[in-house]
Design a protein around this ligand. Structure first.
Ligand SMILES: [Zn+2]
Length: 494
C-alpha cells in the first residue's frame, strides 16, 4: 500500500463508494457452570487450568450434557430481537485444528440455530435504523493460548479454563452502511443482553467480542465487493474507528487500482489502523455434521412461553416509558437507560419519594450523580432514600441547588445522611418571612442609589439588590422569596 488513508471526515471516495457491513458478536453467557460440563465459569483471575474436567479438556470417552440456563439466555435474546425461535434445534460439530481446541472440534449450531430472522432498531445521528439479525446460536468457547518466554525460549502455553464456556453468537445480515451504525448496533445489543442478564458483555475482558465484515462497492452497484474481516476491537469506540478506517483504506486501494483480497485484519489501538493478520483464501470447510453425543433439542411451547414471560423491560420500551409516562426528554431517557446504576437509582428514588417530579429526579441522577460516579470510577454509592430526601429539600426550597450539589458530593463520599449533612453545614435556607424582611430592610437602607434606579424604571436593579440580600445572609436566603419580597416592597413605596 502506497497511500495512507485519512480517516477524519468524509472523503470524496465515500461519495462514490458505499460500505456494506455485517457484524458478528460473541457473548460469554453468565451461567454458573460451563456449556457441557459442571466446571465453574468463575475463571477470572483463576490459576491456569484450574477450572477443567475431562469433558472440557476433550478427553476420550466423555459425554457432554447441555446447560439449560445457557439455552434459555439465547432463546430470551431471540425473543428480545423479535426472532423466530426454532421448535427443534440441533447441535453440530465444527471441525478444525487449533492448539486451543482440545477435541479438534467445537460443538456449535449450524443448520438449526436456536433463533433466526430477528431485528434490532436503534437511534443514530441520522435517525432510527433497523438491522436484520440472521441468527443467534449457542456454542462453546475455546481455550486460550499464552505466548511467553520460559528459560530464554519462546513458548506457547495453553490455558483451558475458557474451554467449554458458553458462547452466544449473533450474526447480522449485511445491512449496515456506516461505522456509526455498526457501533450503535453493538451498543444497543449490549444493553439488551445486559437487561436480560445473559452476559455482563464487557468488551475489555473479552466477555463480548465484536467482529465486522467490511466491503465497499461503487454506489448504485448491487454486487458486493470483497469483504475483509476485522477483529480485535476492544471497545465500542474501537469498533467505529476500525470500520471507518477500513472503509477508507479499501476506497484508497481501489482508487489506486489495487485488488482487495479476502483477509482477516486486526485493529491496532495504538496506531489507530488495521493490520494484516492472515489471508482468507476461501471460506473454511469445517465439515459440519450433527453432534452424535447430543440429541436434538426440543423447545416446547410451554417452555418458550415461560421464557418469554420472564423477559424484563427492554431498553427501547424503557426509554419510551420514561418519555411518555414521566415526560423526560429523549436525551435524559437515553442517559438513564444506558447506565444500569443510574436506571436503578432513578427508579428507586421515585419509589422512595412518591410525590417527587420525575424530571427533577432525572436531572439529579443524570447530572450530579453520574458526574460523581464517573469521577469516582464507580456507581451506586448514593442510596435512593437519600436522593429522594435531597430532591425534596431542593423542590421545597429548603436548600439551594448549589448547596445541594455539595450535600450530594459529601453523601457520595461519606455515606452520611442528607439531613445530617444539611444540618451540620447550616445549609437550610432562610424562608422565614420575618428574618428575610429584616435582611431586606437593611439592604434597601444601605443601597439608596439602586432603589432609585429601580424606581426610575431600571428593572434590572432588582438583581443587584437580590445579590446584596444573598450576600448578607451568606447565601442562605431563599432567592425566590427574596425576589418576590423585594418587588413587593419597592412597588409599595412608590
Ligand atoms: Zn469441565
Amino acid at each position: 500500500m502506497t497511500t495512507e488513508p485519512v480517516v477524519d471526515g468524509r472523503s470524496a471516495a465515500l461519495e462514490r463508494y458505499e460500505a456494506v457491513i455485517g457484524i458478528e458478536i460473541h457473548c460469554q453467557l453468565k451461567t454458573v457452570s460451563k456449556m457441557f460440563c459442571g466446571c465453574s465459569t468463575a475463571i477470572d483471575g483463576a490459576a491456569p487450568n484450574s477450572h477443567c474436567c475431562p469433558v472440557c479438556l476433550g478427553l476420550p470417552g466423555v459425554l457432554p450434557t447441555i446447560n439449560k440456563a445457557a439455552v434459555e439466555y439465547v432463546i430470551a435474546t431471540g425473543f428480545a430481537i423479535e426472532a423466530a425461535v426454532a421448535p427443534t434445534t440441533r447441535w453440530d460439530r465444527k471441525n478444525y485444528f487449533y492448539p486451543d481446541l482440545p477435541k479438534g472440534y467445537q460443538i456449535s449450531q449450524y443448520q438449526l440455530p436456536l433463533a433466526a430472522n430477528g431485528r434490532l432498531t436503534f437511534d443514530t445521528s441520522e435517525g432510527p435504523f433497523t438491522v436484520r439479525v440472521r441468527r443467534a446460536h449457542l456454542e462453546e468457547d475455546t481455550g486460550r493460548l499464552i505466548h511467553d518466554e520460559l528459560g530464554g525460549r519462546r513458548v506457547s502455553l495453553i490455558d483451558f479454563n475458557r474451554s467449554g464456556m458458553p458462547l452466544m453468537e449473533i450474526v447480522t445480515e449485511p445491512d449496515i452502511r456506516t461505522a456509526e451504525q455498526a457501533r450503535r448496533y453493538a451498543e444497543e445489543l449490549r444493553l439488551l443482553i445486559r437487561a436480560i442478564g445473559a452476559s455482563d458483555a464487557e468488551m475489555e475482558n473479552g466477555q463480548m467480542r465484536v467482529e465486522a465484515n467490511v466491503s465497499i462497492r461503487p454506489r448504485g452497484r448491487e454486487a458486493f465487493g470483497t469483504r475483509i474481516e476485522v477483529k480485535n476491537m476492544n471497545s465500542m469506540r474501537a469498533v467505529e474507528r476500525a470500520i471507518a478506517y477500513e472503509i477508507e483504506r479499501q476506497a484508497v486501494a481501489i482508487d489506486a487500482g489495487e485488488t482487495i483480497h479476502m483477509e482477516t485484519r486486526g485493529w491496532d489501538e495504538a496506531r489507530q489502523s488495521t493490520y494484516h493478520m492472515r489471508p482468507k483464501e476461501e471460506e473454511n470447510d469445517y465439515r459440519y455434521f450433527p453432534e452424535p453425543d447430543l440429541p436434538p433439542l426440543l423447545t416446547s411451547p410451554e417452555w418458550l412461553a415461560e421464557i418469554k414471560a420472564r423477559l424484563p423491560e427492554l431498553p427501547a420500551a424503557r426509554r419510551a416509558r420514561y418519555r411518555e409516562v414521566f415526560g423526560l426528554s429523549s436525551y435524559d431517557a437515553d442517559v438513564l437507560v444506558n447506565d444500569a446504576a443510574a436506571t436503578s437509582l432513578f427508579e428507586a428514588t421515585l419509589e422512595a419519594g412518591p410525590g417527587l417530579s420525575p424530571k427533577h429526579v432525572a436531572n439529579w441522577v443524570t447530572g450530579e450523580y453520574l458526574r460523581l460516579a464517573k469521577a469516582a470510577g464507580n456507581g451506586g454509592l448514593v442510596v435512593a432514600p437519600e436522593m429522594a430526601v435531597l430532591v425534596k429539600l431542593v423542590a421545597d426550597g429548603i436548600i439551594s441547588g448549589t448547596n445541594a450539589k455539595e450535600v450530594l458530593a459529601e453523601q457520595f463520599a461519606t455515606g452520611r445522611s442528607v439531613s445530617s449533612i444539611v444540618a451540620a453545614r447550616g445549609f437550610e435556607q432562610i424562608s422565614d418571612a420575618g428574618a428575610l424582611g429584616a435582611a431586606i430592610d437593611t439592604v434597601l437602607a444601605a443601597n439608596p442609589a439602586a432603589v432609585a434606579d429601580y424606581r426610575a424604571g431600571r428593572a434590572a436593579a432588582v438583581g443587584f439588590l437580590v445579590g446584596q440580600v444573598m450576600k448578607a445572609t451568606r447565601g442562605q436566603a431563599n432567592a425566590v422569596m427574596v425576589q418576590t419580597a423585594l418587588r413587593e416592597r419597592l412597588g409599595k413605596a412608590e
